[in-house]
Design a protein around this ligand. Structure first.
Ligand code: CP
Length: 365
């Protein structure tokens, strides 16, 4: 749901594509609403009566899809959608644009996950209802970050003055990118980036940390890094992001949180993980009071309930958009949605003197 002005700059929107577009005040409003819902869920049982959420999942999901569906059901609304695009007319070659146009006529709000970067942003150009990015390739996963910060607020009581270790696939891990971008805005947060050299964070994330003046360290040892963390955010090595099995096999068991390493951590450190887990946290850790990853998934449902309410019911809750231009050059990122959906305009924005793709946020040369 977006209005395009004459220069193709966007004015207002009700879409959540990138959590970075939300102000800390808006994020705080969602956290407060999520806490209110947790305290008295019965007060919200009919908040979305008559409303329909469409979940369009072009990629597998357990938590994001089902927590969105549960969130809408708990608010009194209903859900439609697919979790396998091959059971929809996508299998017959229907474009993203046409799919979104049609679903816009059926649903009041759309939650979409897609393996290609920039898909949620592209969907928002053609939707007449709010679009929520539920993960677009290795790019962004803003409602996971919402989940993470609701968890931090409830469990640590703050979003600032935290030393956060992020561990695993920091290159392709969209949850990590969204989390770092959001937490970098809060005062005195510092980061330990724990990964192999091959899976280290993209440079644009380092740029963000430097822009916000955040302290950060790069580490190749979880055992060394864990000792003074407030939060350890573990992530899965994602088989689906590798070109070959050999590359995946070389990375998959490098960082495993086990009892021996956890014994070196502070008593009040919390362990988060967006899940699913493969084997990067040993199962015996699950009963440790610091292991909050299952509770985290439940917090996510409340965060998503709050988000749905804000987008559907709070007229003042609009999300900032950046100035964009239509340019001649196409984005050359092979993982960008502009490579497969040919009708998309070449939308770009300027950042630090560079021209960036408005869909995937990669530099356009
Ligand atoms: N954390 C997360 O996105 O999980 P799913 O892939 O199961 O939705």
């Amino acid at each position: 749901m977006k209005k395009i002005n004459e220069s193709c700059g966007f004015m207002t929107n009700k879409n959540l594509i990138d959590l970075e577009a939300m102000s800390p005040e808006q994020i705080d409003k969602i956290i407060r609403k999520a806490k209110k819902i947790m305290q008295s869920p019965a007060d919200y049982r009919h908040a979305c009566d008559g409303k329909i959420l469409a979940t369009l999942f072009y990629e597998p999901s357990t938590r994001t899809q089902m927590s969105f569906q549960t969130a809408m059901l708990k608010l009194g609304g209903r859900t439609i959608g697919f979790d396998n695009p091959m059971n929809s007319s996508v299998a017959k070659g229907e474009s993203l644009k046409d799919t979104i146009k049609i679903i816009s006529g059926y649903a009041d709000i759309i939650a979409i996950r897609h393996p290609v970067e920039g898909t949620a942003m592209a969907s928002s150009l053609y939707a007449d209802v709010p679009v929520i990015n539920c993960g677009d390739g290795g790019h962004l996963h803003p409602t996971q970050t919402l989940t993470d910060i609701v968890t931090l607020s409830c469990e640590k009581g703050r979003l600032d003055n935290l030393k956060i270790g992020v561990c695993g696939d920091l290159l392709n891990g969209r949850t990590v990118h969204s989390l770092i971008k959001t937490l970098a805005k809060y005062e005195n947060n510092s980061f330990v980036l724990i990964s192999t050299k091959e899976l280290s964070v993209p440079l644009y994330i380092i740029d963000i940390l430097e822009k916000h003046g955040c302290k950060y360290e790069i580490s190749h040892s979880l055992a060394d890094a864990i000792t003074d963390l407030d939060v350890l955010y573990m992530t899965r090595i994602q088989r689906e992001r590798f070109k070959s099995d050999e590359e995946y096999e070389a990375q998959k068991n490098v960082f495993v949180l086990d009892r021996e390493k956890l014994d070196k951590a502070k008593d009040d450190m919390i362990i988060l993980h967006p899940l699913p887990r493969v084997n990067e946290i040993t199962v015996d850790i699950d009963d440790d009071p610091r292991a909050l990853y299952f509770k985290q998934a439940q917090y996510g449902m409340y965060g998503r309930m709050a988000l749905i309410l804000m987008l559907l019911q709070d007229e003042d809750f609009t999300i900032a958009t950046r100035e964009t231009n239509v340019i001649e050059h196409r984005c050359s990122n092979p993982k960008c949605i502009t490579q497969t959906e040919e009708y998309l305009p070449n939308l770009s924005y300027e950042k630090l003197g560079m021209t960036m793709c408005d869909f995937c946020d990669k530099r356009i040369d």
